[in-house]
Design a protein around this ligand. Structure first.
Ligand code: COA
Length: 142
């Protein structure tokens, strides 16, 4: 079994977006192609993926904003759950941030996604007891 952890490359988009749809993390208001291009536009963020037998098995978008690290688009192929790939992609994201000097990482979990919350808590993530406020800004609002 060949398993590789690597950064997103040109040509990965179709498989990655298919995985996001299969994992149920795509949202109609988020254009995945735009999100991919934006994450890859400069060295502050990237998309990591686990390739298993030459197929995309897991992803995590990771970046730092000058203060904290953030992780988005964490997904494992539904047929490959409970094999340690979720832990492996999260650890890869944390290593990516540590290599850039980041000492705290955070992420957002939808309130209805209780199972995933427990997965993150199992990996050491703790509820910061804050709420996330968001506003769409600028002329490029999607
Ligand atoms: C959440 C998700 C990434 C977990 O991936 P996975 O490959 O099945 O998880 P792993 O097998 O790597 O599990 C890692 C550890 O977490 C534990 N774990 C997994 N799911 C868990 C859960 N729901 N609650 C508590 N612990 C959990 C495992 O037992 C394992 O423990 P161990 O390493 O100490 O033995 C996967 O279920 C997924 O893609 N979900 C849908 C997409 C999603 O909701 N993404 C997050 C958006 S915020």
């Amino acid at each position: 079994m060949t398993t590789v952890i690597r950064e997103f490359q040109d040509g990965d988009a179709e498989a990655v977006v298919a995985l996001w749809h299969a994992a149920g993390i795509s949202r109609p208001w988020n254009d995945p192609a735009r999100d991919i291009a934006f994450a890859r536009r400069d060295p502050h963020s990237t998309i990591l993926l686990i390739e298993r037998e030459a197929a995309v098995a897991a992803t995590a978008m990771v970046g730092e904003d000058g203060h904290r690290g953030w992780v988005y688009y964490v997904a494992v192929d539904p047929l490959l759950r409970d094999l340690g790939l979720g832990r492996a992609i999260m650890e890869a994201a944390e290593r990516w941030l540590i290599a850039r000097g980041v000492w705290k990482v955070q992420l957002l979990v939808r309130e209805e996604n209780g199972a995933t919350r427990h997965f993150y808590e199992h990996l050491g993530y703790r509820d910061t007891r804050t709420i996330c406020l968001q506003k769409v800004i600028g002329e490029n609002a999607g």
